[in-house]
Write a protein that binds this ligand. Structure first.
Ligand code: TYM
Length: 332
């Protein structure tokens, strides 16, 4: 079976709607068609300061959210990145395959480091994309389901895989990004010119999956819409309305065209009200499932331990082959 791999950072109290619609939702069906590896990337999380106790809690909550979103530890490999030491080990080799200028061109690094200033920016943040390269190549992934903002990191992975293969001989599968156009970039509810994000969005601009559903419904109802009155999908002229249509369509399974027809002659207020309802219908049972998983942390940890074992079986093989290719003397 072809392989997929993806990851998500445990850097907030909850995943947001962009994470879910842009990435996690796509992970679920891959469990049946692919050999699927999904992880909570705690090594990536510490590229910016984290409180240790909070990081541990958020890692568990993240795993619970992934299960609640439809991942099934019997049909995929679900694990925590730091449980598989091969990620850090392969990352070192990949650091030595990456040009300094090449890493310096990564736009997420440029944005984040510009905001923090060079003195507060860690070397870890600089080399973050290279760790992601190692994540993907360790599992010989064919496809990487992510949102649009991760495209550049997957392209970097392709470049480095090709470079390694041509230097040392065929070793790595060259992966493709899997990005669903419709939901690749969910935008901020208050500022539709930026993506919904834990770091850049204001509280009113972001819908967290674990927020009180009433709060989230209110945020949808007070979302910024556009001039005009017609409910129509048009990302240039009507980015706010288009975002709401996208959210509705993805959660309800109704096509955008059918929604445009349904709201013909009705105003933005009607659309917002219905999107809020659809959202509440989704998050309410989701939150119940998350609570269920968190009620039994020992079982959750056991699920993650089994996932780490399965992941290591694959990762250790790739690392051993890589070490051999680059000429490391095997220990006897
Ligand atoms: P992270 O944790 O920032 O985001 C997780 C996933 O959510 C997607 N996403 C969005 N999609 C649509 N609209 C949005 N507004 C939105 N915001 C976030 C992201 O594209 C991502 O797919 N570097 C990765 C984590 C990672 C990884 C990997 C991913 C580490 N190793 C290996 C794939 C493969 C990240 O920071 O995602």
């Amino acid at each position: 079976r072809p392989r997929v791999l993806s990851g998500i950072q445990p850097t907030a109290d909850s995943f947001h709607l962009g994470n879910y619609l842009g990435a996690i939702r796509q992970w679920v069906p891959f469990q049946d068609s692919h050999d699927a590896f999904y992880m909570v990337v705690d090594l990536h999380a510490i590229t910016v300061p984290q409180d240790p106790k909070q990081l541990r809690e958020r890692t568990r909550i993240s795993a619970a959210e992934l299960l609640a979103a439809g991942l099934d530890a019997d049909r995929c490999t679900l694990f925590v990145q730091s449980h598989v030491p091969e990620h850090a080990q392969l990352a070192w080799v990949m650091n030595c395959m990456t040009g300094f200028g090449e890493a310096a061109r990564m736009t997420q690094f440029k944005d984040k480091s510009a905001k923090q200033g060079t003195d507060r920016t860690t070397v870890g943040l600089f080399t973050y994309p290279v760790l992601q390269v190692a994540d993907i190549l360790l599992y010989q992934a064919d496809a990487v389901p992510v949102g649009e903002d991760q495209r550049q990191h997957v392209e970097l992975t392709r470049d480095i895989a090709q470079r390694f293969n041509s230097t040392f001989g065929e070793t790595f599968t060259v992966p493709k990004p899997f990005i669903v156009k419709e939901t690749a970039k969910i935008v901020d509810l208050q500022d539709p010119t930026i993506k919904m994000s834990k770091s850049a969005s204001t509280p009113k601009g972001i819908v967290n999956l674990l927020d009180d559903p009433k709060t989230s419904a209110k945020k949808i109802r007070s979302a910024v819409t556009d001039t005009g009155t017609e409910v129509r999908f048009d990302e240039v002229e009507k980015p706010g309305v288009s975002n709401l249509l996208t959210i509705h369509s993805a959660l309800s399974g109704t096509s955008i065209a059918a929604l445009e027809e349904r709201f013909a002659g009705r105003g933005y207020g009607d659309l917002k009200k219905e999107v809020a309802e659809v959202l509440v219908e989704f998050v309410t049972p989701f939150q119940q499932r998350v609570r269920g998983y968190l009620d039994d942390p020992a079982e959750l940890d056991a699920v993650l331990a089994r996932g780490a074992d399965k992941a290591r079986a694959v990762a250790s093989r790739t690392l051993a082959e890589t070490y051999d290719r680059v000429g490391f003397l095997p220990p006897v």
